[in-house]
Design a protein around this ligand. Structure first.
Ligand code: C2E
Ligand code: MG
Ligand code: MG
Length: 702
């Protein structure tokens, strides 16, 4: 049964078009409602009568909540709340005006009359509901939030917002975001035009804008200049109930810490931890950008220098990665402050560096500058390393490629520098090569090298030549060094420094070694019979680590000598310092076995490696060969000192000293004065084919 009063109200309010509810004051049961109220919820009035009003709200309002709400309704006035009400498909935000009505008779219960209508989103003169909602929601956030009206004016902003844009809160209301009182910069620090800022876009297009990070510079009077805050800006457009754009909510989040972390990580990515030089990524980017800026510049020149440490792997293998790292970090320090300002340097491999040089002017002058720079790099690397008890010597080889000419972009320029480096390494240690087209042809040859090499060993394309070793006291041949020669049927002579490393890597060295040893044994046997070779002289053969460390090496060697009928003391094996230090236990084992057999051992290229001198006296070594880089460099005082030191060391240990690579009378004289025993070098003869060597011997004897 309906009360007269509610009937009256119902008919009145249906005319107004607003929703109208009559609820039981005790538990909010729906006593009555008009059709407009039911329509808002997409339901029919009959369905809703008798249900609990609190269940229609989102979140639902339990009876206790309802009682609290009822208590807030002032006598004789309406209480306003904004709630969400549930519809089958979504929710509607509704403004409720609640007022209490005392029952007209004792039989009836008191009711609460509710007027329900959409919140007044439009009509900016009445924004209090808006602001209540807004303040409550955003009070919880660490973000700065501002409400922007349809014209782009700041209606309201939180204190946090004011703080983030570095303005007093009272300065903000009424300011237009199209002429904002703050400045936004893009990621590069360039000011963003106001119409491209997120709130402007949101208002113009009615779409949500996310993920724009800008820098918010501090204004000079409040924060130190240059102190930028990184903020993340987003804007959500608002619409009125009819769907028309109606302003936007602007949020800014302080992401300065995140950005700082990102910059730190980026900096770490761009620099090499170990050496402090640029990282691979950074130096390659540098090359690309230098090339890009030089592209359109008249007379501009660029060069890429690929620098590689010659014997770094040996250091790592011998002394371990900790010492290896120390060496690299010292080299990093030495290369930091190169005298040339237009030079950048980065580490691109374990022991490889890329140097980028910018220049201009005539190519000859640029080349000369590059040569000076490369030599300076080599000099700095080569400076000796004093590490704990060791003293190491590292050398570097450099390949140079220039733009324009040797490459058209960063990748091709780097390739050219790399090929020049490969060519430099073919020449030995401590080399410098500029890229030339002919290098490419050589590289292509290299690919077929291994296949050809195996064939060469089988078909005896390889030949053994002998370089005489002269006794400085008597001037007579005291020994000869067997040096392998390869005469390639198409490519002509290929030096052992090119093919021996390949052969070691691919295993072809075993066949080569077999060939050299049997040839030497047979030649010695022939000479013993003919008397062409002095009976107390010996032939020195180079052995590589691969062969030397093989278990059966010494027995195999004994077998070859025995087969040919040659005395073991007519043979000397040359081993390198690297080999000696690589696996000391195995090496000592082999050396003792060789000693027992009666084969002599020489330490080759002495001074270029890094053998611990303390080992020398305990090893059965017969000969020490002073590397030819010292002999060739005798005008340099340092080489002279080193040579003297090596010679006196050898004498102290009762070891025969050989000076390698004697080319001039001056060098020969120096070595005689310094007390060197034996010498070999072009001054006397290069390595000669067997027949020519026999002629040399005959001339000497005669
Ligand atoms: P190495 O054992 O130090 O040989 C001496 C090198 O110095 C030889 O180079 C020789 O031709 C060169 N030489 C001699 N006198 C002079 C001189 O007055 N001036 C200059 N500039 N150079 C001189 P080669 O024949 O090119 O051999 C290079 C390296 O290849 C050798 O260095 C050796 O380590 C290796 N090798 C040569 N033959 C064999 C071999 O049969 N087996 C192995 N495992 N390695 C070999
Ligand atoms: Mg040698
Ligand atoms: Mg040598």
């Amino acid at each position: 049964m309906q009360s007269t009063s509610s009937e009256l109200l119902s008919s009145m309010l249906d005319d107004l078009g607003d929703g109208f509810w009559v609820l039981d004051v005790g538990d909010a049961t729906v006593v009555d409602l008009n059709d407009a109220a039911a329509r808002v919820l997409s339901r029919r009035a009959e369905e809703l009568r008798g249900t609990r009003f609190g269940d229609l709200l989102v979140p639902s309002l339990p009876p206790e909540g309802w009682r609290l709400l009822v208590d807030q309704i002032p006598h004789g006035a309406a209480h306003r709340v904004v709630v969400s009400m549930s519809r089958p498909d979504h929710q509607v935000v509704t403004e409720l005006l609640l007022s209490r009505r005392t029952a007209p008779s004792a039989q009836e219960r008191d009711v609460v009359v509710v007027l329900a209508r959409p919140p007044r989103w439009s009509g900016r003169h009445d924004t209090s509901v808006h602001h209540q909602l807004f303040d409550r929601a955003v009070g919880l956030l660490d973000d700065g939030v501002a409400l922007i009206d349809a014209n782009g004016r700041i209606e309201r902003a939180t204190d946090r917002f004011a703080e983030l844009v570095d303005l007093p809160p009272s300065d903000l209301p009424g300011r237009s975001i199209f002429d904002p009182p703050w400045r936004s910069l893009d990621e590069q620090g360039v000011p963003l035009p106001p119409e491209q800022c997120p709130p402007a876009i949101a208002i113009r297009t009615g779409t949500q804008v996310r993920g724009v990070t800008t820098r918010q510079p501090g204004t000079a009077h409040r924060r130190a200049v240059g102190d930028h805050r990184w903020v993340h800006v987003g804007a959500t457009p608002l619409r009125d109930p009819t769907g028309r754009p109606d302003g936007a909510v602007l949020t800014i989040t302080d992401v300065t810490d995140v950005e700082r972390l990102r910059t730190d990580l980026d900096r770490a990515r761009r620099s090499d931890q170990l050496t402090g030089l640029m990282s691979r990524t950074a130096i390659v980017e540098q090359l690309e950008s230098v090339l890009a800026t030089s592209e359109g510049t008249e007379g501009a020149r660029v060069a890429a220098l690929h620098v590689d440490l010659d014997n770094f792997r040996g250091i790592n293998d011998t002394f371990g990665a900790t010492i290896g790292d120390r060496v690299l970090s010292i080299i990093g320090e030495r290369l930091h402050d190169l005298p040339d300002r237009h030079v950048r340097i980065g580490r691109i491999g374990v022991d490889e560096f890329l140097v980028v040089v910018r220049g201009d002017g005539p190519s000859a002058a640029f080349d000369a500058r590059l040569r000076r720079l490369a030599e300076e790099l080599q000099r700095r690397v080569e400076h000796r390393f004093q590490l704990e008890s060791f003293e190491l010597r590292v050398t570097a080889s450099v390949g140079v490629a220039r733009w324009p000419g040797d490459g058209h972009d960063a990748a091709s320029l780097q390739r050219a520098a790399d090929r020049a480096l490969t060519a430099a390494r073919r020449d030995g240690r401590h080399q410098l090569r500029f890229y030339e087209r002919s290098i490419d042809e050589h590289t292509r040859t290299g690919l077929a090298l291994d296949r050809d090499l195996r064939r060469a060993a089988a078909q005896r394309e390889l030949e053994v030549h002998y370089q005489p070793i002269i006794d400085l006291r008597t001037g007579r041949v005291a020994a000869a060094e067997a040096l392998v020669r390869w005469h390639h049927p198409e490519h002509g002579p290929i030096p052992p420094s090119v093919f021996i490393p390949t052969a070691e890597a691919t295993g072809a060295i075993t066949a080569i070694s077999e060939l050299v040893l049997t040839t030497v044994a047979e030649d010695l046997a022939d000479w013993n019979r003919s008397g062409a070779f002095p009976p107390d002289a010996r032939v020195a053969v180079n052995v590589s680590a691969t062969e030397f460390t093989q278990r059966a090496f010494v027995e195999h060697l004994a077998g070859i000598l025995d087969h040919a009928g040659v005395r073991p003391d007519q043979l000397e094996l040359e081993i390198t310092e690297t080999l000696l230090m690589r696996d000391v236990e195995t090496t000592v084992d082999r050396l003792e076995a060789l000693d027992e057999l009666g084969v002599l051992v020489a330490l080759d290229d002495f001074g270029t490696g890094y053998s611990s001198l303390s080992y020398l006296h305990s090893l059965p070594l017969h000969t020490l060969k002073v590397d030819r880089c010292f002999v060739g460099d005798l005008h340099d005082g340092r080489s002279e000192t080193i040579t003297r030191a090596i010679l006196s060391l050898a004498h102290g240990l009762g070891i025969v000293a050989v000076g390698e690579g004697v080319e001039t009378e001056e060098q020969r004289r120096f070595l005689i004065d310094a007390g060197c025993d034996l010498v070999q070098g072009f001054y006397y003869a290069p390595a000669l084919p067997r027949q020519a060597f026999e002629v040399f011997l005959a001339d000497q004897a005669g």
